[in-house]
Write a protein that binds this ligand. Structure first.
Ligand SMILES: Cc1[nH+]cc(COP(=O)(O)O)c(/C=N/[C@@H](CC(=O)O)C(=O)O)c1O
Length: 408
């Protein structure tokens, strides 16, 4: 007998496990609306043109594969902070941002969780109800306590703003509040600019710490600046903020694992570098990263630095992001049209149009989601989320039939 027999079977991942089930399905009607990964109208994965151009440039240069510093590629760290805030933002000019390259969004969130666990003992993180399927795992494994703030209101299929504010107001001083920068996952429901102002007010009044997860900058609206407006609003108030970034979706670098952890500190006493909070925080993020993975992979960092660093490539990237966001908006509209023309029940499907980003939160419960898969071969997460990025215009009628059948 093996000494590993006592190891229990881990549950399938609520999101990535759906892709495994999809692959196993032999029915050619099958649709993978599970994982949030962009697909073309032909439902193929998409490598951005600018990524190919940057990689050709890199190949011609014949760069080496020496270890990166623990904090990552300097050119990437500079570019990623400037993308997030805008190069002329005071937090950049005053050098009040510490940036450490992370293993994409997940790895960056994990670095921050480890920092919280180590230097903010007892502090908890407030996460939205519902939230991205991996947030709870990340904080559980980092042994950081969390609790939920109300976010989704099934009655209005909208934001429960009063509940959200009440739960944030009730949080103990010094708690971290995890916020989705844009394109909330899984609901696709974002606060309005006025609501973001109120959220910032409450976090400031209650002396809480804002912690942004920015996984879709530029991919939600097609504009890098618009999608970063919530983060920039908090920074403009002089607040200290944690921000995790990912280039999985907006630059299509899913498996390159490229992202960053940014910390905005209120004071950056550049002279007294030793006691400067940024230096202290960066030193501890490095201390955490070294035994975890030592130093990050260089390839994705170079791609981002090359794309952002070259004005032609940067503009081409913006155009490709608008194209991707545009295709998803078209699919969203076509799905809405199909649902409202096919469904005779009089149900109001306009929530499908109001939601932003990659996902639509259908309101289908677990049993109904199971019906989508078992009967219609539509693969989606059991919280009722569908990734529109995996949907083509050609398949919208079929999906509408499946949703209507599953609802009623
Ligand atoms: C909000 C959010 N934050 C972080 C991540 C992590 O992505 P990374 O590739 O580590 O940078 C994802 C990925 N979301 C999609 C894929 C996944 O679950 O990993 C998803 O929700 O389908 C998010 O949706």
């Amino acid at each position: 007998t093996s000494r590993f027999e006592g190891v229990p079977m881990a549950p399938a991942d609520p999101i990535l496990g759906v892709s495994e089930a999809f692959k196993a399905d032999t029915n050619d009607l099958k649709l993978n609306l599970g994982v949030g990964a962009y697909r073309t109208e032909e439902l193929h994965p998409y490598v951005l043109e600018v990524v190919k151009k940057a990689e050709n440039l890199m190949l011609e240069r014949g760069e080496n594969k020496e270890y990166l510093p623990i904090e990552g590629l300097a050119a990437f760290n500079k570019a990623t902070a400037e993308l997030l805030f805008g190069a002329d933002n005071p937090v950049i000019k005053e050098q009040r941002v510490a940036t450490v390259q992370g293993l994409s969004g997940t790895g960056s969130l994990r670095l921050a969780a480890a920092l919280i666990e180590r230097y903010f003992p007892g502090a908890k993180v407030l996460i939205s109800a519902p939230t991205w399927g991996n947030h709870k795992n990340i904080f559980n494994d980092a042994r950081v306590p969390w609790s939920e703030y109300r976010y989704y209101d099934p009655k209005t299929v909208g934001l429960d703003f009063e509940g959200m504010i009440a739960d944030i107001e009730a949080a103990p001083e010094g708690s971290f509040v995890l916020l989705h920068g844009c394109a909330h996952n899984p609901t696709g429901i974002d606060p309005t600019p006025e609501q973001w102002e109120k959220i910032a007010d409450v976090i400031q009044e209650k002396n809480l710490i804002p912690f942004f997860d920015v996984a879709y900058q530029g991919f939600a609206s097609g504009s890098l600046d618009a999608d970063a407006s919530s983060v920039r609003l908090f920074a403009a108030r002089g607040m200290e903020v944690l921000i995790a970034q990912s280039y999985s979706k907006n630059l299509g670098l899913y498996s390159e694992r490229i992202g960053a952890m940014n910390v905005v500190c209120s004071s950056a006493d550049a002279a007294a570098r030793q006691s400067d909070p940024l230096t202290l925080v960066k030193s501890q993020l490095k201390r955490i990263a070294r035994p975890m993975y030592s130093n990050p992979p260089i390839h994705g960092a170079r791609i981002v630095a090359n794309v952002v660093g070259d004005p032609t490539l940067f503009n081409e990237w913006k155009a490709e992001m608008e194209m991707m966001a545009g295709r998803i908006k078209n699919v969203r509209q076509k799905l809405y049209d199909s649902l409202s023309s096919k469904d005779k029940s009089g149900k109001d499907w306009s929530f499908v149009l109001k939601q932003i980003g990659m996902f639509s939160f259908t309101g289908l419960n677990k049993a109904q989601s199971d019906n989508m898969t078992d009967k219609w071969h539509v693969y989606m997460t059991k919280d009722g989320r569908i990734s529109l990025a995996g949907l083509s215009l050609a398949k919208c009628e079929y999906l509408a039939d499946a949703i209507i059948d599953s609802y009623h």
